[in-house]
Design a protein around this ligand. Structure first.
Ligand code: HEC
Length: 147
């Protein structure tokens, strides 16, 4: 029993679905089947994809390897379905745009700004949006920064 609650706590720490979080805090967790309660939204899945992709970019930058092209699927941030608790508002749209622009800059070979700075700038826009939308994953996202 205790172990299951613990796993739940971890699960909800890394996501930011506050409504489901409350549900778990107030109800007894009776069986492993309750895990079904957590169905990540399309946006959550997309966020995790972006996380992994940027992790790869970070490795390549550090190793001095060439980067591929800007991943067009990043544009899904404009359309992916959010979890029920979240709404697409003007702030969200503005941050999405800024984010896509700064992520595209990473792949702009004509830029005179050092690659590392362009990369960190993009990661900082992830953090900026998260400060307004969903603070949970911020410590994890900050690990993507190149020092
Ligand atoms: C425009 C705002 C915005 C930007 C930019 C943004 N995020 Fe998110 N992120 C969100 C929102 C909102 C959620 C919650 C999605 C939901 O609940 O449907 C989220 C969720 C997440 C999650 C948790 C997913 C889960 O498992 O529940 C991670 C990890 C994450 N984002 C990483 C990133 C990374 C890495 C970047 C940059 C590459 C980034 N985000 C850029 C708004 C943003």
């Amino acid at each position: 029993m205790k172990n299951i609650s613990f796993i739940f706590a971890i699960l909800f720490l890394i996501s930011c679905n506050t409504i489901k979080e409350e549900k778990v805090e107030t109800s007894e967790v009776n069986s492993v089947e309750d895990f079904d309660l957590y169905t990540p939204s399309e946006m959550s899945l997309h966020m995790n994809d972006m996380f992994e992709f940027n992790e790869e970019i970070k490795k390549k930058i550090i190793a001095g390897e060439p980067l591929d092209d800007f991943p067009e699927n990043f544009l899904k941030i404009h359309s992916a379905k959010l979890s029920d608790a979240k709404n697409r508002n003007e702030t969200f749209e503005a941050y999405s745009k800024t984010f896509i622009e700064s992520e595209k800059e990473i792949f702009n070979s004509a830029s005179t700004i050092p690659l590392k700075d362009r990369y960190n700038n993009a990661i900082n826009t992830c953090v900026m949006c998260h400060k307004t939308e969903c603070v949970g994953p911020i410590p994890r996202i900050k690990k993507l920064l190149i020092n």
